[in-house]
Design a protein around this ligand. Sequence first.
Ligand code: PXP
Length: 240
Amino acid sequence: MITRLSVNINKIATLRNARGGNNPDLLQVAQDCEEFGAQGITVHPRPDGRHIRYDDVRALKPLVTTEFNIEGYPDQSFLDLVMEVCPHQMTLVPDAPDAITSNAGWDTVTHFNFLKEVVDLAHSKGIRVSVFIEPDKTKIRKAAELGADRIELYTEPYAAHYAKNPQLAVRPFVEGAVWAHDAHLGVNAGHDLSLENLAWFAQHVPHLQEVSIGHALVCDALYYGLENTIQMYRRQLGGG
Ligand code: PXP
């Protein structure tokens, strides 16, 4: 299976917002990412608009020709936006509004009823739902019970342990992907994936449909350029 690369463009918005103008032009960058080989565009709007703003999401919708993935904590304003924009995929993330970045997956047992309502709402509009989650058997099975379509494995612990012991680092994620597949869930992954650790992950984790990558990819683009960088990431995934 070739894993698809969704480029998270939050950092482009962060750079733009630093000066208050429209440089870099987020919409142009999104279109260029697709032209350079991205197979999806991911955004993570937060209520304070410190990177992607709600209006960016609305403007991106008609421009994105690949897969549009909106991730975030499903408070009312986020859900209103997602229901209005109708992306291909909504990824549910449990982070607090002021979190610097996502730092945990959902406890799908504790938050089952809340998440079930959100999943049902998204399905009423035909939006695929992915649940950001740790590779924990009980939580993954509960995600399936929710009626979610996919999980997104939270890969920060993999990235943190990769350099020391790649075999050990990837093992829980291999298991998590198998549990998900057995429960008829699709498998995405993301967080701290990079040119250093991506190929190993993609070669070992079965059923991996999509990775969403932002921070490392944008950092690499400073050195290699955006087009080269996207192609390099695609090659780590066995494509490109
Ligand atoms: N997946 C989720 C749910 C995220 O919140 C983020 C960060 O916004 C990513 C993937 C991408 O992580 P990174 O920027 O480290 O590639």
